[in-house]
Design a protein around this ligand. Sequence first.
Ligand code: FAD
Length: 416
Amino acid sequence: MVHGQGGVKFQNWAKTYGSSPELYFQPTSVEEIREILDMARQRNKRVKVVGGGHSPSDIACTDDFMIQMGKMNKVLKVDKEKQQVTVEGGIFLSDLNVELSKHGLALANLGAVSEVAAAGVIGTGTHNTGIKHGILPTQVVGLSLLTASGDILECSESINADIFQAARLHLGCLGVVLTVTFQCVPQFHLHEVTFPSTLTEVLNHLDDHLKRSQYFRFLWFPHSENVTVIYQDPTNKPPSSSANWFWDYAVGYYLLEFLLWISTFVPSLVRWINRFFFWLLFSSRVENINVSYKIFNYECRFKQHVQDWAIPIEKTKEALLELKAALENNPKMVAHYPVEVRFARADEIWLSPCFQRDSCYMNIIMYRPYGKNVPRLNYWLTYEGIMKKYGGRPHWAKEALAVLPTLSCGHHLLSC
Ligand SMILES: Cc1cc2nc3c(=O)[nH]c(=O)nc-3n(C[C@H](O)[C@H](O)[C@H](O)COP(=O)(O)OP(=O)(O)OC[C@H]3O[C@@H](n4cnc5c(N)ncnc54)[C@H](O)[C@@H]3O)c2cc1C
């Protein structure tokens, strides 16, 4: 008999959304999940499955039954010939990365963090960057779903092909994702080069940058022309690192958080912070080499609010310049750094923001220094207006006002 716990409080990673599920389950087998679904049917309850709980929106929240898949986290099969791996939906990518490297394999692309579950990370269409690379669900070649009726549905390009294109980005709505099969690549090292530039230079030479580096992205520092360009490319060189605790943590974390907190009383300080920290931390060239997942992943230190829409790639310049102009024309509106700009190849996944179009993702951020919410409504609305104007499609995991159905001041912590 499967046991459900009462009184559990769920909170997402950023502690921006949470819920109190009536019963919280951590099943260890398919049979146990079937029992939970039976119970839910009998009691007329909805069921939500949660992976790593990293989604910045309330997409994983429920007050009914919550299934946490952390105990269904095994690697089921490694097919060395096809370079494919089949895993249980609850495995964290941080564990999968290590397991794959034991077999000389890796995922071709990863988001910023790996403390996310295989089924969860694809469920919202997580992406990284690289115009030859699709969002993470494009690496999925098969999966199995346990539907609400208790049936198991296998799907891939050749079996239940329609359901496959829906389930690769499933939003947690199509059933419990039991297993996922990923197409892998041979293990590789990445050489990361970070160097300063300007918004004008990067936007005027976007195509060159996209061609020059396989995993090109850039960070724009709002209220300025400053940009950090990041190139990441496969290399045969051994690991080397220029990490420095003092600059990375003492300055880039503790001092920054303190100053961001001060700026909640003097918002205009944000302009100065963005310029000062660019000069302090990002104005010289830095290089790192390591195994791919250690370069793809980086530490996201601050709890934060984020929005991230995908627009047609050819609109990158216009949209970003419009956002810059909006900030210049509205002195009361402040924006934390960085605006992270990434790219992804078109795909055929029904709910993908990149469905049938090469895309630019523009991620805006407002930190929560010491857990304090910073007003962001104007910035959020201005950004969304620009994204919509250019045909934007919101990231499913993030905090688009357009897709949060019950958003109101206070209720969802949106400081007005
Ligand atoms: C610090 C940080 C960094 C991030 N970096 C990036 C980034 O670089 N790029 C990017 O695109 N996104 C990024 N994100 C967003 C993140 O990748 C997504 O929110 C992702 O979906 C989180 O995976 P998860 O396992 O935590 O999923 P959860 O948030 O737990 O769940 C996501 C969805 O999947 C469903 N689900 C989970 N498991 C199952 C299952 N077994 N069966 C059915 N449904 C299931 C849930 O119901 C929910 O709908 C970041 C988030 C944080 C907090």
